[in-house]
Design a protein around this ligand. Structure first.
Ligand SMILES: CC(C)(COP(=O)(O)OP(=O)(O)OC[C@H]1O[C@@H](n2cnc3c(N)ncnc32)[C@H](O)[C@@H]1OP(=O)(O)O)[C@@H](O)C(=O)NCCC(=O)NCCS
Length: 225
């Protein structure tokens, strides 16, 4: 049996995010502007790759995220990145989520501007529809945020953690991540997240909050022939 955390995109698209999914056969992806992540069955057949090609169209971007699958040789690699999947082991009592506010549809322009500046990973106009987002404002400006992304059963992924360059090193990332942790554990789920293995600063923040590495992962994406 595949553990749900080994297929977080497929588990989300079939479950909590089914209302945001587009699919052909057993291949699925998110609606335009939400996420580029795609899912195929854990052991995909040639027919599954054909379904994904039909779903994305020729020249489309197949963002396989962390899936441990290999597309046909004719699919041109676009990117590859080593990372870690981390899970919350024990919630540390420090870093209370003081001064953190919930963000909503009216904040999307500012969220896009902050992620454009801080580059935590992919964030598009509809990404915030995936879950709840929290942030910190200083003098009215959004300077830090974190939100919810993938939702395999029993778990919620924390994503888009970022702090404006001018506001770093003051514990803001820890605070917004803590707010996300509290919200997720408050509804009886466990938090997990993904981080590039080279992002040692973010990994330190997560470890201090009680996250531990569950497994190394490889993020990868391809161009559909
Ligand atoms: C990674 C990132 C989110 C950290 O944001 P941040 O707000 O600076 O994080 P914190 O302030 O909580 O922690 C950073 C450091 O400040 C220290 N710090 C926290 N509060 C502090 C305080 N009051 N005074 C002094 N230092 C403090 C922390 O101990 C930590 O130290 P370390 O570098 O030794 O680990 C930020 O650098 C960023 O936006 N990076 C680009 C986007 C990104 O990579 N996001 C993660 C994607 S997975």
């Amino acid at each position: 049996m595949v553990e749900v955390l080994d297929d977080p995109v497929g588990q989300s698209l079939r479950g909590a995010h089914a209302h945001l999914a587009r699919r052909v056969g057993d291949a699925a992806t998110y609606q335009e502007g939400v996420s580029t992540f795609v899912a195929v069955p854990v052991r995909p057949t040639a027919a599954d790759w054909d379904d994904l090609a039909r779903l994305l169209g020729s020249g489309g971007f197949a963002d396989l995220f962390s899936a441990d699958v290999t597309p046909p040789a004719s699919w041109e690699p676009v990117f590859e990145l080593d990372g870690f999947q981390m899970v919350l082991d024990r919630a540390e009592p420090e870093a209370p989520a003081d001064g953190v506010v919930e963000l909503g549809p009216g904040d999307v322009e500012e969220m896009l501007a902050l992620t454009e500046q801080a580059r935590p990973g992919p964030f598009w106009a509809r990404t915030a529809e995936l879950g709840a987002f929290h942030g910190v404002r200083e003098d009215g400006a959004l300077v830090a945020m974190a939100g919810e992304r993938l939702r395999p059963p029993g778990w919620t992924e924390i994503s888009a953690v970022c702090t404006a360059p001018s506001a770093r090193g003051r514990g803001l990332a820890a605070r917004v991540t803590r707010a996300a942790i509290d919200r997720i554990t408050g509804r009886g789920e466990r938090p997990f997240l993904h981080v590039a293995s080279s992002n040692t600063g973010a990994i330190r923040v997560y470890e201090r909050l009680g996250f531990v590495v569950r497994r190394p992962v490889r993020f990868h994406g391809y161009r559909v022939p």
